[in-house]
Design a protein around this ligand. Structure first.
Ligand code: GYE
Length: 324
């Protein structure tokens, strides 16, 4: 009887043993890759879409993510990178809020043997070995695309002078520097264009509003064109333009960057003339690169996502929802 009982229990024991043997393996597989991800803040819809994209892709790829948000402060971001180093993550991914000031903490990461991927924004350093790769937009080309649209539009305007105001992003941040440069390298060569002023709106809708108030109070109806470095600031500026009794897209030509749904909707309504695309959906690219690194494969130094431009001259009727 005892024997029979033992025999009956045997399959159950085997099953339990098999489950127990599986459990640590599964945990190991999940713990195989741990990424420390420091997001710079939550200043715009772009940024929120970017955070979600990284989190979703990590989940889909079965990668563990230690996520932290620096709330627009570089010192928070540096502290977060230090805690990832202390935790000995496999890889650090971060979106540097500004370009300067990363050498010390990235040297610490290198000493700890932790590779670093710069996501979305770049850094300024004399030591290129402090990061493994950059994954993000070609911001210079975004500025060039904004200028190309304006050149086409100006061709239809028969005006001798076209006055531009520019609301730029966060100072010392990569998109700000390169969106400025790409645009000005083209328009400044054309004597018709005159930039009245460039002021920083810090990529914030509220500051975009303040900047536009100041620009309209200072230059009034001299302004022909607004070039704004992100959609959030553009939306704030459009509110102000309308409250001054002016018609956005007609009285003032509006060029914006990002391509969030709200901006595309206004482009379709004729209140924005040109939307330069900058995609926040970088999650899959980042996770693919992380997996390659983990497998010991080399990855490209620079990866830019595919990006385009949407203008009033295009047929936008079949454009799919933007997802951010
Ligand atoms: O254009 C802006 C965001 O770094 C590309 O940051 C990003 C920029 C984006 O706040 O909306």
């Amino acid at each position: 009887m005892k024997k029979l009982f033992a025999l009956c229990l045997l399959p159950l024991c085997l099953l339990l043993c098999a489950c127990e043997a599986d459990a640590p393996q599964q945990e190991e597989a999940q713990a195989e890759l741990l990424i420390g991800f420091s997001q710079l803040g939550s200043e715009s819809s772009w940024r929120i879409g970017n955070t979600l994209s990284i989190q979703k892709a990590a989940q889909e790829h079965g990668i563990n993510l230690m996520y932290d948000n620096a709330l627009q402060k570089q010192e928070n971001q540096i502290a977060q990178l230090r805690s990832f180093i202390a935790y000995q993550v496999d890889l650090i991914v971060f979106s540097p809020i500004v370009e300067d000031g990363w050498d010390n903490v990235l040297t610490e990461a290198r000493h700890a043997g932790i590779p670093v991927i710069l996501m979305d924004r770049f850094i300024n350093t004399a030591d290129d070995s402090l990061y493994t790769a950059y994954i993000g937009a070609d911001f210079y080309m975004e500025g060039v695309r904004a200028a190309d649209y304006l050149l086409e539009k100006a061709g239809q305007m028969s005006k001798e002078t076209i006055n531009i105001v520019e609301i730029s992003g966060t100072e010392d941040a990569t998109p700000t520097l390169h969106r400025y440069q790409g645009f000005h390298d083209k328009v400044d060569r054309d004597p018709r264009f005159h930039t009245l002023e460039t002021i920083s709106g810090d990529f914030l809708r509220s500051k975009g509003k303040e900047c536009m108030e100041y620009l309209l109070d200072t230059y009034g109806d001299e302004i022909d064109v607004l070039y704004s470095h992100n959609d959030g600031m553009t939306l704030g500026a459009i509110d102000v333009i309308q409250s001054y009794g002016l018609v956005p897209g007609k009285d003032i030509i509006i060029i914006t960057v990002d391509g969030e749904q709200a901006a595309i909707d206004l482009l379709k309504e004729g209140k924005i003339n040109c939307v330069v695309e900058c995609t926040p959906l970088l999650g899959d690219l980042v996770m693919n690169m992380a997996e390659k690194l983990k497998a010991g494969e080399s990855i490209p130094r620079t990866t830019h996502p595919q990006e385009g431009v949407f203008t009033e001259f295009d047929d936008l009727s079949t454009l799919p929802p933007r997802g951010y």
